[in-house]
Ligand binder design. Structure first.
Ligand code: G3H
Ligand code: 13P
Ligand code: ZN
Length: 284
């Protein structure tokens, strides 16, 4: 059942529970997430990036997520969220198309420009009762380090975060506290969450926090983060890696198969199993 992201996040925030936001990009990933959420009975978010919107088309994305939520989701609350929207135009199109939550990511802009852009999206979203996530700080690795680490000067500054939330009125906030996007962190030293920083941000900012770069972060760290205001954990890379691994395995195993559905069935099953495991460990 596709429902309001605000309702899902508000409830979880009050109860210090985690909601997993999975990036989905096609029928296989979308169905797998909906089926997993239903199996576990955990409220879950589909998050859609700009690249996926370009790949599938906005209307197709919304129709696909709606249909999968309806058929495979049963009664479990599922929400549709725009991930890393970088322009007002994209956020407004997503809102008009039926997203109940958008992220406006102005984190690469100077603080003042980030505030202005985010406030513009918040004002528009309010009129449509849509939730808005903003971001201050950036998940960029420091160059020339032998191990991966987010440069501390790029991490979210608690005072700036408080000011950002006050000036923009965002409903939730993406924070940079040590995690990174992408697969590299999973093959090298895992990123370390700066819990001291997170604790201060939580004291200063009274909105749900969103942890980007959630793939590969150990479960105990995510549980600890949940006690410090983190309500949403974003996971993309782990699904992507599982998708391609299962596809390569099936293509090798079924060399003479000519029906793609026979090849992709086990891929969807593998993705569903991964999402079930994530939801069982994190969202219950
Ligand atoms: O944070 C980025 C997400 O993993 C989406 O990635 O823009 O390649 O779809 P994408
Ligand atoms: P990962 O690359 O760690 O899966 O993070 C995804 C993300 O933050 C999407 O916004
Ligand atoms: Zn992200």
């Amino acid at each position: 059942m596709l429902t309001s992201v605000r309702r899902i996040i508000t409830q979880a925030y009050r109860q210090h529970r985690l909601v997993v936001a999975f990036n989905t990009m096609n029928a296989e990933t979308t169905l797998a997430v909906a089926r997993a959420a239903r199996q576990v009975g955990a409220p879950t978010l589909f998050e859609i990036s700009e690249k996926t919107i370009v790949y599938l088309g906005l209307e197709t994305v919304v129709a696909l997520v709606r249909a999968a939520s309806h058929e495979a989701g049963g009664r479990v609350p599922l929400g549709l969220h725009l991930d890393h929207g970088r322009s007002f135009k994209l956020c407004a199109s997503a809102i008009r198309a039926g997203f109940s939550s958008v992220m406006i990511d102005g984190s690469a802009l100077p603080f003042k420009a980030n505030v202005q852009l985010t406030k513009r999206v918040v004002d528009f979203a309010r009129r449509h009762r849509v939730m808005v996530q903003g971001e201050v700080g950036a998940l960029v690795p420091r160059r020339r380090l032998t191990h991966l680490r987010v440069a501390s000067e790029l991490m979210t500054d608690p005072v700036q975060a408080r000011e950002f939330v006050r000036l923009t009125g965002v409903d939730s906030l993406g924070v940079a506290v040590g995690t990174l996007h992408g697969p590299i962190k999973m093959f090298r030293k895992l990123p370390k969450i700066d819990f001291k920083r997170l604790r201060v941000i939580h004291e200063f900012v009274r909105v749900p926090l969103v942890l980007h770069g959630g793939s590969g972060v150990p479960v105990p760290d995510l549980k600890r983060a949940a006690k410090l205001g983190v309500t949403v954990v974003n996971i993309d890379t782990e699904l992507r890696l599982a998708y391609l691994a299962a596809m390569r395995r099936e293509l090798a195993r079924q060399r003479n198969e000519y029906d793609p559905r026979v090849v992709f069935g086990p891929v969807v099953a593998a993705l569903t199993a991964l999402a079930v495991q994530k939801l069982r460990r994190l969202a219950r």
